[in-house]
Design a protein around this ligand. Structure first.
Ligand code: MEV
Length: 426
């Protein structure tokens, strides 16, 4: 399996059917799995089981990012996203990273936090100590809720207690740390938080309100790094440009928000394609970015001794392979099979690599030609199609309005009418 190459020259020029064939061969997908990739909408009976009041499904484009080499293994990466240029940018960034070996990754154990809020506490320090004295009881109560998770090597591992000051007095906040293995973990953690709350209430003498997982998953981090050689990315001035772009984000929250948005373009697209929870990942990423009290980039960039560019990323990564949409959504299942991941940690590390690649690609474009050039053709194509252009004229109309720099609906309509007239089309 490791000798499969994701470096597929001219993938973007192939017809969709040919791309599907390549992807199918790459991952050994069945006919049904390949069909699920090509945009089959969710069966209404599945949709009805996933959400309330279902009326249908909402398909998004699914693109495949090529060229990714992560820890010496090649991956084709499914990305579900409505925005043009993202898949191309990730593929391009991954291609440029290959001569230095691609991405190297690591991650922490899949530990999630369940929070239990204790209010009405007179002496928080004494209560904190009392709760910690009962740690073993709390852990065993938590683990009784999920024998399956414990059997799989996971389970509640530790209890932490903090005191916070609210506007109406102190709260003691209990954190149950749970190794959720290959699950996203919300169900397991919430069940444990609810189950331990009565004992916590009894020990503390306070009143418990919230019992819920925290999306600021600081104990469940995915990391990736890559080196882009100056030769591969267009010379020392490009290294300098990306560095300046990074320093801007590091120093300015207005820029940093957009910098991190670029990271999340890549992250969310893989999260969505694999049926994971984009909101959980977004909440985790941005709160992690602000954990010092100042909002900071999720990535870092630096210059190596040779003058190449080194990029790193670290972010919370609450992803699962078992349960939820990942297991029931046919396209998500096919995407997971395409990735060939064996654990949620491996998936998280891939997601981190894509986030880093996406960010690098955006900074490189922004610091050189600007972002609009790359966007132009796809944007023009969207405009042309939105005004009902006959398929056989689309490429020609796009070419004309891009060359004229008039990427507007009214101009697209004029050009379509002119071409139709010339060709005697109705
Ligand atoms: C657009 O979706 C993302 C960018 O704005 C990211 C960035 O500015 O770094 C291009």
């Amino acid at each position: 399996m490791t000798d499969r190459s994701s470096r597929i020259e001219g993938f973007y020029k192939l017809p969709i059917a040919e791309r599907v064939r390549i992807v199918k061969d790459f991952a050994g997908l069945t006919d049904d799995e390949a069909k699920a990739l090509t945009g089959a909408s969710v069966d209404p009976t599945i949709a009805d089981r996933m959400v309330e009041n279902a009326v249908g499904s909402f398909p998004l484009p699914l693109g495949i990012a090529t060229n990714f080499r992560i820890n010496g293994k090649d991956y084709l990466i499914p990305m579900a996203i409505e925005e043009p240029s993202v898949v191309a940018a990730a593929s391009n960034a991954a291609k440029m990273a290959r001569d230095k070996g691609g991405f190297r990754t690591s991650s922490t154990a899949p530990i999630m936090i369940g929070q239990i809020q204790v209010t009405g506490v007179k002496d928080p320090t004494t209560v904190q100590n009392r709760i910690l004295e009962k740690k073993a009881d709390l852990l065993s109560l938590a683990n009784n809720q999920d024998p399956m998770l414990v059997k799989l090597g996971g389970g509640a591992r530790d209890v932490e207690v903090r005191t916070i000051e609210t506007r109406e007095g102190p709260n003691v906040i209990v954190h149950i740390l749970v190794d959720v293995r290959d699950a996203m973990g919300a169900n397991a953690v919430n069940t444990m938080a609810e189950a331990t709350a009565p004992l916590i209430e009894e020990i503390s003498g306070g009143k418990v309100y919230l019992r819920i997982l925290s999306n600021l998953a600081v104990h469940r981090l995915a990391r990736a790094q890559a080196v882009w050689s100056k030769e591969a990315i267009g010379g020392p001035e490009v290294v300098e440009g990306v560095m300046q772009a990074y320093l801007f984000a590091e120093a300015d929250p207005f820029r940093c928000a957009t910098h991190n948005k670029g990271v999340m373009n890549g992250v969310d697209a893989v999260i969505l394609a694999t049926g994971n929870d984009t909101r959980a990942i977004e909440a985790g990423a941005h709160s992690y970015a602000a954990r010092t009290g100042t909002y900071k980039p999720l990535t870092t960039f630096g210059r190596t001794q040779e003058g190449d560019l080194m990029g790193t990323i670290e972010l919370p990564m609450a992803v699962g392979l078992v349960g939820g949409a990942t297991k029931v959504h046919p396209t998500a299942r096919a995407c997971v099979k395409l990735l060939g991941v064996k654990s949620a940690q491996e998936l998280g590390e891939i997601v981190a690599s894509v986030g880093l690649a996406q960010n690098f690609a955006a900074l490189r474009a922004l610091a050189t030609v600007g972002i609009q050039k790359g966007h132009m053709t796809l944007h023009a194509k969207n405009i042309v199609m939105s005004v009902g252009c006959p398929p056989e004229l689309v490429d020609e109309v796009v070419k004309i309005i891009v060359a004229e720099k008039k990427i507007r609906m009214d101009r697209a309509q004029e050009v379509i009418a002119e071409l139709k007239r010339k060709r005697g089309m109705r």
